[in-house]
Design a protein around this ligand. Structure first.
Ligand SMILES: Cc1cc2nc3c(=O)[nH]c(=O)nc-3n(C[C@H](O)[C@H](O)[C@H](O)COP(=O)(O)OP(=O)(O)OC[C@H]3O[C@@H](n4cnc5c(N)ncnc54)[C@H](O)[C@@H]3O)c2cc1C
Length: 250
C-alpha cells in the first residue's frame, strides 16, 4: 500500500492566559484582551504607574516594552499548543528550546506499526524522491513489526503484558525513520514564543519547523496582536512563508 504521507503540520491553540484584575487596585486599560491586560498590569506595577501618566494605550505600552527590551514583563502571559503531524526530526528541533514544557507521544508505549510518515517539504512534487523515501519507510515499518514480535517472544517470561509490550517497543523503535509522525503539547510564555518564532520562522530554519513556527505566529498574532504584531510574514524565493520580527531585542 502506498505511503499516506502527511504534508502539513496541524497546530491548534489549547490555552492562552486569562486575567483576573485585583479588586483592590484602581486601574483602567483600553483593551479587553486578557493576556495583554496582564502584561500591562505587571509592567505598571514596576513603577506604580496605574494612573497611566503618559496616557499610553495598551498596544502602545506593550510596543514600548518590546522596543526597550523590557521582555521579562511579557513572560507573564503564556500559550499552549497541540502540534500534530510533525516528524520526529522536527520534534527533536523543537524540544531544543528549553523554556517550554512538553508532553510528547511515547514510542515506548504506543504501537508504531501503522505510524504515518511526514513528507519532507523538499520532496513535495517529486514522485521519484517520494518513491525512494517510501521504499525506506516501508522497510522500516516491516522491520519494526518483526522486531516487536520477536522481542515479545523473548520477554514471554514477563508477567505484566503492558511491560512486555513496552520492552519490545522501546527497542524496536530504533529502526523507525526520522519521518515518523509524532505529536506534542507545547506550553511557554510569550517571550519564549517570540524567541521560538524568531529562530524557527526565519528563512534559515528547516522548512518543516518553519511551517510550525508560522502557524503558531498566525494564531498568536490573533490572540495577542500587541505582542506579536511586529512580525511580518512574507514569501521566500521558494514560495514558502518566512517571518521576521520588527524589534531587535529577544
Ligand atoms: C538555523 C538553525 C540551525 C541550527 N543548527 C544546529 C546544529 O547544527 N546543531 C545543533 O546542535 N543545533 C542546531 N540548532 C539549534 C540551536 O543551536 C539551538 O539549540 C536552538 O535553536 C534553541 O535555541 P536557543 O539556543 O536560542 O535556546 P532556547 O532554549 O530557545 O533559549 C532561549 C534563550 O534563552 C537563553 N538561554 C537558554 N538556556 C541558556 C543557558 N543554559 N545558558 C545561557 N542562556 C540560555 C539564551 O539567550 C537563548 O537564546 C540550529 C538552530 C537553527 C535555528
Amino acid at each position: 500500500m502506498a505511503e499516506a504521507w502527511i504534508h502539513e503540520p496541524r497546530v491548534t491553540l489549547l490555552a492562552v492566559t486569562q486575567f483576573t484584575p485585583p479588586s483592590h487596585i484602581e486601574w483602567e486599560t483600553d483593551t479587553d484582551n486578557p493576556a495583554q491586560q496582564l502584561i500591562e498590569f505587571a509592567g505598571r506595577l514596576c513603577y506604580r504607574s496605574f494612573h497611566n501618566p503618559s496616557g499610553r494605550a495598551n498596544a502602545e505600552y506593550i510596543g514600548h516594552l518590546l522596543a526597550q527590551g523590557h521582555l521579562s514583563v511579557i513572560e507573564h502571559a503564556s500559550a499552549s499548543f497541540l502540534i500534530e503531524g510533525i516528524s520526529r526530526s522536527c520534534s527533536h528541533e523543537i524540544v531544543r528550546h528549553r523554556h517550554f514544557s512538553y508532553s510528547q507521544v511515547s514510542q515506548r508505549f504506543v504501537n508504531e506499526a501503522e505510524a504515518r510518515m511526514v513528507l519532507p517539504p523538499a520532496l513535495e512534487g517529486d514522485p521519484e524522491a517520494q518513491a525512494i523515501a517510501e521504499s525506506v519507510t516501508r522497510a522500516s515499518k516491516e522491520a519494526y513489526a518483526r522486531l516487536v514480535e520477536r522481542l515479545r517472544a523473548r520477554y514471554a517470561h514477563v508477567d505484566d503484558p503492558s511491560l512486555r509490550r513496552k520492552l519490545a517497543r522501546q527497542a524496536a523503535r530504533s529502526v523507525l525513520p526520522n519521518a515518523t509522525e509524532t505529536a506534542l503539547v507545547m506550553t511557554g510564555n510569550f517571550r519564549a514564543w517570540r524567541h521560538f518564532v524568531r529562530m524557527r520562522a526565519s528563512e534559515h530554519a528547516e522548512a518543516e519547523i518553519r511551517r510550525v513556527a508560522i502557524a503558531v505566529l498566525k494564531i498568536l498574532q490573533e490572540q495577542a496582536p500587541a505582542v506579536f504584531g511586529d512580525f511580518t510574514i512574507r514569501r521566500h524565493d521558494d514560495g514558502s512563508e518566512v517571518a521576521e520580527p520588527g524589534y531587535a531585542y529577544e
